[in-house]
Ligand binder design. Structure first.
Ligand code: ZN
Ligand code: ZN
Length: 143
């Protein structure tokens, strides 16, 4: 295996998202910054966290049969998200990420603030494509 870090674990599509998140949290519990995430991996993780972090956030986006992730309630994940957010530059860094552009498979490009991302596939999904992607895959598209 090549050099692994937080980004490579979070974007490892061979595992379900929550398994990747648990794996990165196990590594990061030792305190090493290499297990934090930035760029695309941070966008994915933070969008997932913002959706799942509490019931008030989750319920407006909840789809039939979908459960809020219990992982989002663990203090470790909250600390990890906060540490990664700080490492990308806090709210200023987050806003810079949101102004980056992403490409949907349909060819549409948009600022990330107007894009979703599939937590399983790590693909950008424009508003028009999100519903189809969910319907076909049952994946969680966040953002
Ligand atoms: Zn997907
Ligand atoms: Zn699209």
């Amino acid at each position: 295996m090549g050099a692994t870090n937080g980004n490579s674990v979070i974007l490892d599509r061979s595992l379900p998202f929550e398994d990747r998140a648990r794996r990165v949290l196990d590594h990061w519990a030792g305190g090493s910054e290499r297990w934090l995430v930035d760029d695309l991996a941070f966008f994915l993780l933070y969008c997932w966290f913002l959706k799942h972090e509490n019931a008030l956030r989750f319920e407006p986006y909840q789809r039939r049969g979908e459960q809020r992730s219990a992982l989002a309630d663990t203090p470790l994940v909250r600390d990890y998200v906060a540490a990664s957010l700080a490492a990308v530059g806090g709210e200023t860094g987050w806003n810079a990420i949101l102004r980056q552009r992403g490409l949907c498979s349909c060819g549409q490009t948009n600022r990330l603030e107007n894009m979703g991302i599939c937590v399983e596939c790590a693909t950008f999904e424009c508003w028009e494509c999100q519903g189809d992607h969910r319907a076909v895959t049952s994946h969680d598209v966040v953002g």
